[in-house]
Design a protein around this ligand. Structure first.
Ligand SMILES: [Zn+2]
Length: 321
């Protein structure tokens, strides 16, 4: 793959585990540094925060699970229709087993439940609550356009190491505070209107799910508390257009100094994956503590083996014994 301007800070792979931990924890220390910048919509200085994402193969781009699902690129009615089909099918099949809060976001009322009758009302695709609907679907394993990030470099390292022992992994990172600042400056270019509720937020959903979609990228706010997101220090980003690669979208964000937002990757050598996982486990970080059961892992691998997977993302590395 072409990692664009995501610089690998230390181009040489860490030769040993202490060297790798130094690279990772160096980023963590940098993110937790003393730098503060003022976000105009808050009107006060905010500590710089980094976002991290671990990927088990260094050759994978940053794309959503929806971009990997079978049929997305070849679906007769197009990718947007495929996205709707998946979410609406999830809504029809899952509503009985969901929490009230979740059902509420899916537009299924208590009366519907009492009648044991899934609502015939169509899902609202241009209202703010659609982001919560996507977050719920994502939580239950449905491919969506959301991409997960974490504020913990070690959690990202875990996901970069837990699968694909035959591949070098990568921890991707970016300066989330400057990302939000840059996104804030771009909304008008992207033709994304303000919400009409006076919140000062942008109505991204009006430029995302039909032919009015524009090329925005943003952090996604949703109203659903999920244990897994909390223990993983997680949040989502999404793009306005389904075909966008998120690493490219982040690359293309302009900043006043023209360098774009600070971002990069740390390679997790395959030879160190097992020892890294052992070390993380010593620190209390393992699949169960991250609420990351094996089923998810299997689902992820299935998605990765999907026949619709782009050639550039297909992992063709031979297994190293
Ligand atoms: Zn690979």
């Amino acid at each position: 793959m072409d990692s664009g301007t995501w610089k690998e800070r230390n181009r040489e792979r860490a030769a040993d585990l202490p060297g790798l931990l130094e690279q990772l924890l160096g980023l963590h220390a940098e993110a937790a540094g003393l730098e503060w910048i003022t976000l105009p919509w808050l009107g006060r200085p905010t500590a710089v925060q980094y976002a991290f994402r671990g990927m088990a193969c260094r050759h994978w781009d940053i794309e959503s699970t929806l971009q990997h699902v079978a049929g997305l690129r070849t679906h007769d009615a197009g990718p947007l229709a495929r996205e709707r089909e998946l979410i609406e099918s999830f809504r029809r099949r899952s509503w009985r087993s969901l929490r009230d809060l979740e059902r509420n976001y899916l537009g299924i009322s208590a009366a519907d439940v009492a009648r044991d009758d899934p609502s015939e009302r169509p899902l609202s695709w241009n209202g703010e609550s659609i982001w919560s609907v996507l977050a719920i679907a994502r939580h239950y394993g449905v491919p969506t356009r959301l991409v997960d990030w974490t504020h913990s470099v070690l959690i990202a390292a875990f996901f970069a190491a837990i699968t694909n022992p035959q591949c070098d992994g990568a921890v991707w990172w970016f300066d989330q505070t400057r990302f939000e600042l840059a996104v804030h400056e771009h909304w008008d270019d992207w033709c994304v209107p303000l919400r009409t509720d006076g919140s000062g937020q942008r109505a991204m959903e009006q430029r995302a799910f039909d032919d009015k979609a524009t090329k925005w990228i943003s952090k996604i706010h949703h109203g659903i508390p999920f244990h897994r997101m909390e223990v993983q220090g997680g949040f989502f980003t999404a793009c306005g257009r389904l075909e966008m690669r998120q690493d490219k979208a982040i690359d293309q964000l302009q900043t006043p100094d023209r360098n774009g937002i600070p971002r990069g990757r740390v390679i997790i050598p395959r030879a160190l994956k097992k020892r890294l996982l052992d070390e993380l486990e010593r620190q209390g970080l393992r699949a169960t503590s991250l609420d990351y059961p094996g089923a998810d892992c299997a689902g992820w691998q299935l998605a990765r083996r999907s026949p619709d997977l782009g050639e550039e993302n297909r992992c063709t590395h031979a297994v190293v014994p």
